[in-house]
Ligand binder design. Sequence first.
Ligand SMILES: [Zn+2]
Length: 185
Amino acid sequence: MTRQLTDPEIGEITVRKNPRAKRITIRVSPRKGVTLTLPWLTSYKQGMETLLEQKGWILTTLERQRRKLREHPMPTKEEIERMRVLAKEILPPRLEELAREHSFQYNQVRIKNNVSNWGSCSRKGNINLNLNLVRLPEDLRDYVMLHELCHLKHPNHGPGFHSLLESVCPEHRKKEKELRKFRIF
Ligand SMILES: [Zn+2]
């Protein structure tokens, strides 16, 4: 069950009832706007009251996201297609090169367009790379690939993973920090 409400300052708010939700949650996304999720038995009125208590935080978050979006505008459909072509051309060969250099073996590599991560590694040894990686400086691109390659041996972010990553990419902490400036929307 979904309702669309409007607040003069916040704008559009999507209110959703979710039987599995245990508490009220508010999500602010530059793509989807503000989403309020309510447990089944919580009334819309109660949900909106909770949301309005958080108004200050919501407005600050929206403003920050909009500013980021202005600095790094969202690509158009045509730009995405161009990135995809470029990504398919340059990312798989580079991954192969890095894997060979550091003795990693992966199964397949796929180019994805999602907002949740720069890359991922499946239990089956497949590596997914985000096509937005082509927007990154080369060293950060390499860092993401090395990070995913290390997940072939350590699926988590435990100490084993970190010491392996340290050995193949000594500056990984610095890279991880720099990478955060380039959030994918
Ligand atoms: Zn990871």
